[in-house]
Design a protein around this ligand. Structure first.
Ligand code: NAD
Length: 253
């Protein structure tokens, strides 16, 4: 895809990876629309991405996403690329059977159904302006395991499945729309502030959000579906599969 002159919409674009995607795409001549649930962060995005269209929206509310899609299209005339990026950590540390219903539902509503609603709002618009591309920010949490973040890991696993299904359906129907699912490990963003059951903190370690945005741009250009961003990540994914197939001699029964 040639980025100049195209239109991209990004959810959770007020901070971190979403903001870096907005900056990177704008630097390539793409017109950018950003939504975020946090109005203060949106103001930051407006400062850092000149010409961006911004709108406060909660991805957990399908009506707000439909409005974001409609207003993006009105503002720029078309949409060619959507990045379903907004996400939260939620509970971190509690035993999963003790995490309360409200915390479970919020993470599922934002991380999983928020992506589904983003696709529902934007994919029909992308199909009117081929070739088009869908980006989904999953995580290495989609292909690894962790004892402490039950809702985050479950929803990120689901996003990998969603991205693969979308890719298969686009290919089957000959739509020519690309799909790239980002699988980052640690990135220096404010994601730690979205932990709900212990003191949230920033993500002090990891690669920069700009590096993730660079990997995304390369993936769109090469139409790569699964996008690892860190060295060693493919090996971690293979090790996970080995525990599932029983080929990992160090794993328990
Ligand atoms: P971040 O907190 O810096 O940015 C996320 C943005 O999404 C924030 O501005 C936040 O206000 C917004 N947001 C949260 N809930 C929202 C909602 N309901 N509706 C709209 N906007 C909402 O964190 P980040 O690390 O840039 O996170 C972006 C994505 O990257 C997430 O999906 C996250 O799971 C994923 N990710 C992050 C890392 C990491 O180490 N930071 C690693 C792998 C994947």
């Amino acid at each position: 895809m040639i980025f100049a002159g195209k239109v991209a919409a990004i959810t959770g674009g007020g901070s971190g990876i979403g903001l870096a995607l907005a900056e990177r795409l704008a630097s390539l001549g793409t017109r950018v629309a950003v939504c975020d649930v946090d109005a203060g962060r949106l103001a930051e995005a407006r400062d850092r991405v000149p010409g961006a269209f911004t709108m406060a929206a909660d991805v957990a509310d399908p009506a707000q996403l439909e409005e974001f899609a409609a207003r993006t299209e009105r503002e720029f005339g078309a949409v060619h690329l959507v990045c379903a990026n907004a996400g939260i950590v939620g509970p971190m540390g509690e035993r999963l059977w003790e995490v309360d219903d409200a915390q479970w539902r919020r993470v599922v509503d934002v991380n999983l159904l928020g992506v589904v609603s983003t696709l529902r709002a934007f994919v029909p618009r992308l199909l009117r302006n081929p070739p088009g591309h869908v980006g989904i920010t999953a995580s290495m949490a989609a292909v690894t395991t962790h004892a402490l973040m039950p809702a985050y890991y479950a929803t990120k696993h689901a996003l990998l499945s969603l991205a693969d299904t979308l890719h298969l359906q686009f290919a089957r129907d000959g739509h020519g729309v690309g799909v790239s699912v980002l699988l980052p490990a640690q990135v220096t963003t404010r994601l730690g502030e979205s932990v709900t059951d212990s003191a949230g903190a920033g993500n002090p370690e990891g690669i920069s959000p700009g590096e993730v945005a660079d990997r995304f741009v390369e993936a769109v250009r090469s139409r790569r579906v699964h996008v690892f961003t860190h060295p060693g990540s493919p090996e971690l994914a293979r090790a996970r599969i080995a525990t599932v197939t029983g080929d990992d001699s160090s794993a328990g029964a």
